[in-house]
Design a protein around this ligand. Structure first.
Ligand code: GDP
Length: 367
């Protein structure tokens, strides 16, 4: 029949066409009396959250629903993609609910980065974007760093109420939730033993011990993320698994650095200076003269200057310049979703290029 079937886990309409989208179940699942979507199936049987993507409208609907409910919002961001992974307008949707801001992927931060400085920066940045989090913390969902502390904060701030975990795709939200399930024993117990009651459309409900729940929301696709401008293979290079190794460059005026072919750093003026690059180890940095930089890109994007790879350059956006004059010592030029360059001294003029749509910003250095 063509009657729409709903998942008994989360209530979403079942579809059998698109595995990456919400409500997917293989054809064979439809033969069963009780149909469960693949996402709920995995959670139930393997204690594992699988991320799916939603359209923007769907996501807004969910956020709106959260604003109408009472609970703690846990917003996950990628500390290497703070601006790119920000959810526009989140402050309007959360209503009066408190927001705990969690910066993920702390394992790639070089040791020299002061975590407290990063936390302070996240607070300021969130405030500037219109959100005042109740607290900010750092975790590595991959390695498990800070997870117990985050769980404690969640427990403290939720005040006996439900928890909603939000974040855009690729910030590591599923890794975070899976880590919570594994490390916070009572959560695991509850998932494996309790009846699986989820009823809220599009939200995955993970029951907590006192009758409240932790809800996973599907990731929103944020179109400004660097991650969307590169294909899957290139994205691997942009998702480092190891601590970043800072690379120092002594530059004269009118020299250019290319970070693969995805970003460019022109040192325009300010005398001989050193610059420290914090970008994924796998991305090769090429130095050239400013006057040759355009021609080099024309000729070598996709081979010498990669990512993007050759067969991905057609869909890769143009690099757009952003001009900065450094007035204070030790300043970072941040390429959202890629990393940053620390400028040591004031009086320096920089032009930083990123793909159209990707943010480049300046901040006080974290070192
Ligand atoms: P989601 O789309 O937000 O659910 O993100 P995923 O959980 O699928 O993670 C996106 C990418 O980030 C994957 O390549 C993960 O391996 C990686 N990732 C997630 N958490 C961490 C972390 O703590 N550290 C590092 N280095 N990578 C992470």
């Amino acid at each position: 029949s063509d009657k729409q079937v709903s998942c008994i886990g989360c209530g979403v309409f079942i579809q059998t066409e698109e595995p990456q989208k919400l409500g997917y179940a293989p054809e064979s699942a439809l033969l069963k009396e009780e149909v469960i979507c693949q996402r709920c199936f995995r959670l139930k049987n393997y204690n594992e959250i699988q991320d799916v993507s939603l359209t923007d409208d769907d996501f807004l609907k969910i956020l709106h629903g959260i604003g109408q409910s009472k609970g703690l919002i846990v917003k996950i961001v990628d500390i290497f993609d703070f601006n790119g992974s920000w959810l526009q307008g989140i402050q309007r949707f959360v209503g009066s609910n408190p927001v705990l801001l969690i910066g993920n992927k702390s394992d790639i931060l070089p040791k020299s980065v002061k975590q407290q400085k990063l936390i302070n920066w996240m607070k300021r940045e969130a405030k500037e974007l219109g959100l005042k989090p109740i607290d900010v913390c750092l975790v590595s969902s991959q390695r498990g760093h800070g997870i117990k502390e985050a769980a404690e904060l969640i427990d403290e701030y939720r005040n006996g109420q439900d928890v909603y975990v939000v974040g855009c795709t690729n910030v590591g939200k599923s890794t975070f939730i899976n880590r919570m399930i594994k490390e916070v024993a009572n959560v695991q117990e509850l998932i494996t033993t309790s009846h699986y009651p989820g009823t809220t459309l599009d939200l995955i409900e993970i029951p907590l011990e006192d009758g409240t729940a932790l809800y996973d929301t599907p990731g929103i696709i944020n179109h400004h993320q660097m991650a969307h401008f590169v294909d899957k293979l290139d994205l691997k290079l942009l998702s480092p698994k190891k601590e970043l190794k800072p690379k120092v460059f002594q530059l004269n005026e009118s020299q250019t650095l290319y970070f693969g072919g995805i970003a460019r750093f022109d040192y325009v003026s300010g005398g001989r200076e050193s610059f420290v690059c914090y970008i994924p180890n796998e991305i090769t940095i090429h130095r050239t003269k400013l006057e040759n930089a355009d021609a080099l890109y024309e000729k070598h994007v996709g081979d010498l200057l990669t990512p993007p790879r050759k067969d991905a350059i057609d869909s890769f956006p143009k690099l757009i310049p952003h001009t900065f004059t450094i007035n204070e010592g030790k300043t970072d030029i941040v390429f959202s979703g890629l990393g940053w360059v620390t400028v040591n001294n004031p009086g320096v003029k920089i032009v930083a290029y990123a793909p159209k749509g990707v943010n480049v910003t300046m901040r006080k250095s974290l070192i």
